[in-house]
Unconditional design. Structure first.
Length: 176
């Protein structure tokens, strides 16, 4: 397990610097990340409880067997701001999961640092292929995926998480 990494980031409106730490998960973190997903997606995108169940189910499976993966927590001045994870699909393939950032911390470079941490881990583990699933409404995340050379490979409709249909997208990265 890698140690925590700290950096300083300017606050969105330039008021002051914030100490940002990215660390491996610890007790209680997975529950908080499920909460953050449930709350943010319900408020912003009108996702229902089935989505929160989907997140919680995946997190509990990861907690039971995290071999070949890791879940990182981003903290700002000691407060959880977000997360990202890599789970092992097989010897060569990993999935990027649970990438979320509390909206009050958007624009401070924290999402980019989380992505760097995850992709670096994939390189260190020898994965040659990484994929993720997201929804088309997440414009900032999609921009970041493109910036890290992920490519949109598949789209499908989903009517399980919201009252209206949304578009899920599969993004893929080949690591050389």
């Amino acid at each position: 397990m890698k140690p925590s990494r700290s950096f300083f980031s300017k606050k969105k409106k330039g008021l002051h610097q914030q100490e940002v730490t990215i660390r491996p998960y610890g007790p209680g973190d997975a529950g908080y990340i499920a909460y953050l997903h449930g709350k943010l997606y319900a408020e912003k995108y009108q996702f229902g409880p089935v989505f929160e169940y989907y997140v919680m189910k995946g997190l509990t499976e990861f907690l039971y067997d995290s071999e070949g993966g890791e879940l990182w927590i981003a903290e700002v001045n000691g407060q959880i701001a977000g997360s990202i994870a890599i789970t092992r699909e097989n010897e060569n393939t990993a999935q990027l999961r649970w990438f979320i950032l509390d909206e009050k911390f958007h624009g401070a470079g924290i999402g980019r640092r989380l992505m760097e941490t995850a992709v670096e881990f994939c390189n260190e583990q020898g994965y040659t292929y990484v994929f993720l699933w997201t929804v088309s409404d997440l414009k900032a995340a999609r921009y970041l995926y493109k910036d890290f050379n992920f490519e949109l490979k598949e789209s499908k409709q989903n009517d399980e998480w919201t009252e209206s249909e949304i578009t899920e997208e599969k993004w893929e990265l080949t690591i050389h």
